[in-house]
Design a protein around this ligand. Structure first.
Ligand SMILES: *Cc1c(COP(=O)(O)O)cnc(C)c1O
Length: 349
């Protein structure tokens, strides 16, 4: 025996590549091409900001989010990106001998947290169309987590099906990871259900729709009792998780609703146009409610397109995993970027 026998060994989550070279068309990590609001930029000058410790409760940001979403501040929990919030939620709510449930094709961080925290888990296969089957989430379990829209498929589950899963699991916590919900049709969010279900936690991020992936802001909303449980775990680990710039810039982003709406609408319009273009070239495209599409070509293997694109400095995301190894996940960039992609693909097909 030696110390190696006592190490907590994990296979870490592997994020998409961040190429060092300039002038690439980077469509591999679902970043938003438009950048944060100018209101955020206006706050960047304040250097004295860095001198003092932040407010451990991030009160300003919690209050701004509460007003924005029409909930009480006691129903909001903020963290360092939604990865931090989700990791904290796994640690807090998934503490049973029963396996937690999530789809077989989903955000690849879920099994990593489960392994890290020694949470038993079971994956539920999506249908051949990549739909979640609500009836798979009815048996005994230790909790449920899924993204809506799902990643990397981009497919949205309708709100009544989401509610069905929450209803079937009243004595377990159900986490709905809404990283991409701002790109989905109005009325798709489970946020409208939190007052009715004390077992529902809705998780959001500033990384995609607010174009602030580099800053790391995520949050969760649910009934006060759930949020209190999350706070207790957080304050038992590290009180100062959110830095002062994040709190300030986060508030500034929330304050610019017009810019937010305009850029989200632009991405949705580009997504629809790009999807039509892909279909014309013989791609199967899963209907997307996110800022990316999941697509597979009828004859050209995805791995081949992925490699050829990279040579042209166009970065897509490719997952060499069962059932999805012939698909590409393509982030929606600017119209100009997507036109270049269409041109590149049409030369292949
Ligand atoms: C991007 C993403 C996240 C993490 O976002 P953060 O940058 O950590 O806020 C969480 N869940 C899903 C499904 C995502 O795609």
């Amino acid at each position: 025996m030696n110390w190696r026998d006592f190490v907590r060994n994990v296979d870490p989550y592997v994020p998409g590549e961040q190429p060092k070279e300039n002038k690439v068309i980077k469509l591999n990590t679902n970043e938003n091409p438009y950048g944060p609001s100018a209101k955020v930029q206006a706050c960047v000058q304040d250097f004295d900001l860095l001198r003092k410790y932040p407010d451990p409760a991030a009160t300003d940001l919690v209050d701004a989010l509460a007003v924005y979403h029409g909930v009480d501040p006691s129903q909001v929990f903020v963290g360092v990106g939604s990865d931090d919030v989700l990791g904290m939620a796994f640690l807090t709510f998934f503490n049973s001998d029963q396996p937690i449930l999530f789809p077989d094709i989903t955000y690849s961080f879920y099994p990593v947290w489960a392994e890290l925290y020694k949470i038993p888990y079971r994956t539920m296969p999506l249908t051949d169309d990549f739909c979640i089957r609500t009836e798979d989430y009815t048996g005994p379990n230790g909790g449920v987590v899924f993204p809506n829209p799902n990643a990397p498929t981009a497919r949205l589950m309708d709100l009544s099906s989401v509610e069905e899963i929450i209803k079937q699991n009243r004595d377990r916590v159900v986490i709905v990871d809404e990283a991409y919900i701002d790109f989905a049709p109005e009325g798709s969010s489970a946020l409208s259900l939190i007052d009715r279900y004390d077992n529902l936690l809705v998780v959001r991020t500033f990384s995609k729709s607010r174009s602030m992936a580099g800053l790391r802001i995520g949050y969760a909303m649910g009934q006060k009792e759930l949020i209190d449980c999350l706070q207790a775990v957080k304050y038992s680990y590290n009180s100062y998780t959110m830095n002062r710039p994040s709190i300030l810039y986060g508030c500034a982003s929330i304050a610019d609703e017009e810019y937010f709406r305009t850029t989200v609408e632009k991405i949705v319009a580009t997504r629809e146009r790009f999807t039509a273009g892909l279909r014309e070239m013989g791609f199967r495209v899963i209907p997307s409610a996110a800022n990316f599409v999941f697509a597979s070509h009828g004859t050209i293997p995805a791995s081949e397109i992925f490699e050829k694109a990279k040579k042209e400095k166009i970065y897509f995301r490719y997952f060499n995993s069962p059932r999805i190894d012939n698909y590409l996940r393509i982030t929606i960039g600017t119209d100009e970027e997507m036109d270049t992609v269409i041109k590149f693909l049409s030369n292949l097909t």
